[in-house]
Design a protein around this ligand. Structure first.
Ligand code: SF4
Length: 349
């Protein structure tokens, strides 16, 4: 396999030149971000988890406050989950906060409050994958292990002119890594991707490694659109008509700390539907959320003995905070607004 960056063309000096230029550029141009002031594994870890799926500016706002409330792994482990989630508020994707909390408890319980000092040990902790383990291991402990995130991937592809994928990217990143300064090198690669070799308009004129680059901006790797995924989901529509005019439907409220659509009302999922694939659902429709296309099947059921929700009079539905999908189903079913009536079988949207 060619690893690119013209590194297997008999030019053994090129990775060396690449490291030297990249690190010199990083020393002069790196952004002054608060987590870069410390190599404390706890601080590196908090910043890496916050930076997943969240913009740098939003993380800066929350980073100091989170550390003020939980200055050590011990304090984080001892906190109630509700306090950790409250401190995470505004960062979204609350699963990350739960995993952070769980990992802090494992560190206290199983490691005597000390972080595992290598990638392998870190990866065994909840919520820490290959990228995060390599980032903490290299930055906090100087382990010679490369990281690959979206920025590094783009730099490697453009430098090499090859569409490297999967394990090829990790091999290439490790091949280029500076063994004496792995943490700085990894941060410099990510900084180059974030600030210079950007997805749509790479700044090749100011790029410190332009002379070593195989494509110099001619390779478009930023315009990828994520493929749509297809999913199927079943809901129950429990509707009883005897108690009040228009009847009542049975809805469940999403947890108040759910990472998506917290506190909104929705139809309960129907987990039995799997067992009756031969039967026809009462209603079928399609619904898209970001990169996922859902086929939604709704099973009409007369009454419910479930306790995980509440009967809601149909004439109150309009004022209720419903998820977009619940609103769509209830409209289709004729329980909300007046577009459709309850007569007849639902169709496919
Ligand atoms: S020269 Fe341009 S394309 Fe190549 S790494 Fe630098 S910014 Fe990216």
């Amino acid at each position: 396999m060619s690893l690119g960056i013209r590194i297997d063309a008999g030019t053994r000096d090129e990775p060396k030149k690449f490291r030297r230029r990249l690190l010199a550029w990083y020393e002069r141009h790196a952004r002054d971000l608060p987590w870069r002031a410390s190599r404390d594994p706890y601080r590196v870890w908090i910043s890496e988890i916050m930076l997943q799926q969240t913009r740098v500016a939003a993380v800066i706002e929350h980073y100091h406050e989170f550390l003020r409330r939980f200055p050590t792994v011990e304090k984080l482990a001892a906190a109630r989950e509700a306090s950790v989630l409250a401190a995470w508020s505004g960062l979204g994707y609350y699963r990350r906060a739960r995993m952070l909390h769980a990992a802090a408890r494992v560190i206290m319980r199983e490691h005597g409050g000390e972080f595992p000092a290598n990638e392998e040990g870190l990866r065994a902790l909840p919520g820490i994958g290959r990228y995060t383990a390599a980032a903490i291991a290299s930055i906090a402990f100087g382990e010679v292990v490369a990281v690959v995130d979206g920025n590094v991937e783009r730099v490697l592809q453009r430098m090499s002119g090859e569409r490297l994928v999967g394990e090829q990217l990790w091999t290439a990143a490790n091949h280029m890594l500076d063994a004496k300064r792995p943490g700085d090198f990894n941060q410099a690669m990510m900084e180059l991707g974030a600030m210079v070799c950007t997805p749509r308009a790479p700044g090749c004129l100011t790029c410190p490694v332009v002379e070593l680059c195989a494509t110099r901006g001619r390779m478009n790797v930023g315009a990828k659109t994520a493929p749509q995924k297809k999913r199927e989901i079943d809901y129950s529509l429990h509707w009883r008509e005897e108690n009040c005019r228009g009847g009542e439907v049975f809805l469940a409220q999403r947890a108040r700390n759910a990472s998506l659509m917290a506190g909104l009302w929705e139809l309960p999922e129907n987990f039995d539907a799997e067992n009756r694939r031969s039967a026809e659902p009462w209603l079928t429709l399609r619904h898209s959320i970001t990169v996922t296309d859902y086929t939604v099947r709704v099973w009409r059921i007369a009454a419910s003995s479930r306790s995980d929700g509440k009967w809601i009079p149909v004439d109150r539905l309009q004022r209720l905070a419903l998820t977009g999908l619940a609103r769509k189903i209830l409209r289709k079913a004729g329980a909300l607004a007046t577009e459709n009536s309850l007569q007849g079988h639902g169709g496919t949207e």
